[in-house]
Design a binder for this molecule. Structure first.
Ligand code: PLP
Length: 392
């Protein structure tokens, strides 16, 4: 008996993530170096782990409010206000979720009618397009280009908007390009967003990780965007808490209420131990002037600068990433496609990177290297990539 026939066409039509494929190959190979997966190489700071342990010791093992614990929501609201000048009511405008991933999924599901279109800048994080599709909508890629520093332009939005366009994803700091958008650039696209009456879903999970003296600007901090914006964020990247699966959404009350409705019937609440850990993460960082986050950020920055120079030295030019922990070198000079390059690189030199096309067709000609890996690994990886390029 075949069970394929039971699978929804919508699900069957979406390919599996192109990131995992290379990571899985690398994990089975001896002496392979993976620059493939996007997560901090730091273990979660001890005070945060300890608070999760304490919560269990004290018997905090029950469901919480569907919205998440109010004490955590208050801290999230305060954190967002302090860092990014937004002001959300913790009672009704903040929802704690199972990672930013769930927050994204809820946002798409809460707004989508069949046929609705969502503008998704590309290349960008692998989940947006499938997320829109699973929710019954139609993702429409808007290409961001290296010559525009991988930012979204007014022209790109204007060219893609149709009467069916309902929302736009704003994915900065960007995975995989490392691009950010300045206040001026965001202000430029804010007008066209309002003109076309679009909802904004702003994924700001890398907000704490920016470099070169540039600070993240939340598009929600623009008065004209605030009432039409859902901010997505989480603890995975800034606090090295990927395994805790803790994230959140902040936005206008009716939209958060709609998202809570789906969340309460599907997830109920995020893990209570993770919620206690999240409280400690924000409280401690706010009390210490973000000392631990800053230490990790500096370490990424050191590795970012190393990669930029080391790749240039072996003849691979890359856009200077200003956020997140990825570098996105241009490999068009090799004459290989992104997939060919990455498959041959892992086969010949046992270095796993992700083809740019895993992040949309617009990623053709690039590959993503995560520099959230030890300096020794990075040095060895670049050496091997250099030898690979020479042999081509
Ligand atoms: N958004 C972006 C841009 C990401 O890169 C990731 C993870 O890599 C996520 C969201 C998902 O984060 P979380 O671990 O909070 O689900």
């Amino acid at each position: 008996m075949t069970t394929e026939k039971y699978i929804s066409k919508r699900v069957a039509g979406v390919p599996p993530s192109g990131i995992r494929k290379f990571f899985d190959i690398a994990s089975e190979m001896k002496d392979a170096i993976s620059l493939g997966v996007g997560e901090p190489d730091f273990v979660t700071p001890w005070n945060i782990r300890e608070s999760a342990i304490f919560s269990m010791e004290r018997g905090h093992t029950h469901y919480t409010s569907n919205h998440g614990q109010l004490s955590l929501r208050k801290l999230i609201s305060l954190y967002l206000e302090t860092r990014f000048s937004t002001g959300y009511n913790p009672e009704s405008e903040v929802l704690v979720t199972v990672g930013a991933s769930e927050a994204l999924d809820l946002a798409f599901r809460a707004i989508m009618e069949p046929g609705d279109e969502v503008l998704v800048p590309a290349p960008s994080y692998v989940s947006y397009m499938p997320g829109v599709t699973f929710a019954g909508g139609t993702p429409v890629a808007i290409e961001t280009k290296e010559e525009d520093d991988f930012t979204i332009t007014v022209a790109a939005i204007e060219a893609a908007v149709t009467p069916k366009t309902k929302a736009i994803v704003i994915p900065y700091p960007n995975n995989p390009t490392g691009a950010i958008m300045t206040a001026e650039q965001l202000s430029g696209i804010a007008d066209v967003i309002v003109k076309h009456d679009l909802l904004v879903i702003s994924d700001e999970i890398y907000a704490e990780l920016t470099y070169g003296g540039l600070k993240h600007v939340s598009i929600a901090s623009f008065e004209k965007i605030y009432p039409r914006c859902i901010v997505i964020n989480g603890f995975s990247k800034a606090f090295a808490m990927t395994g805790f699966r803790l994230g959140y959404a902040a936005g206008p009350k009716p939209l958060i209420a709609a998202m809570v409705k789906i969340h309460q019937y599907s997830m109920l609440c995020a893990s209570v131990m993770s919620q206690y850990a999240g409280e400690e993460a924000i409280k401690h960082e706010m009390e210490t002037g973000f000392a631990q986050v800053e230490k990790m950020r500096r370490s990424y920055d050191q590795r970012r600068r190393f990669m930029l120079k080391a790749l240039a030295d072996i003849g691979l030019t890359a856009f200077e990433p200003r956020g997140a922990f990825y570098i996105f070198p241009n490999i068009t000079g090799t004459g290989l496609t992104s997939e060919e390059f990455c498959f041959r690189l892992i086969d010949d030199k046992k270095v796993a990177c992700v083809p740019g096309t895993a992040f949309g067709e617009a990623g053709e000609g690039f590959m993503r290297c995560s520099y959230a890996s030890s300096m020794d690994n990075l040095k060895e990886a670049v050496k091997r990539i250099g030898a690979f390029l020479k042999a081509l």
